[in-house]
Design a binder for this molecule. Sequence first.
Ligand code: FES
Length: 149
Amino acid sequence: IDLETRIREILDAHRGQEGSLLPILHDVQEAYGYVPEAALPIIAADLQITKAEAHGVMTFYHDFREKPAGRKVLKLCRAESCKSMGADALAAEVQAKLGLDWHETSADGAVTLEPIFCLGLCACGPAAMVDGKLVGRATAEALVAKVKA
Ligand code: FES
């Protein structure tokens, strides 16, 4: 089905719900893997807010992507336990090796880098996740090898 029809289905599913913008954006991202730009005016008109307001909410919460993610998504834990195990240094090394900042996708579409706050693997920090699979005691070399594999 086309984008507008799908967005309207999502809007209808949240009809009458208070504060529905966030759940709507989450549903759109689940359906497409990101929030397509063309979806925003449809959502904004329906909720009677401006497109700028919808966009502002979307960018305030870093959960939402404006572009499709890379073929692999690498998440690095940024929470306390992992920080005490060297997560900051790991992040800096991974960012340098991949040439990516947070929320960026490599130009070849291979990988998207995202921060995450606690993966529940605190005992084996620094922790990471590659395409939904946990990686404990992560090193930059191992992570880069995984995303390039
Ligand atoms: Fe990193 Fe919990 S603090 S997994």
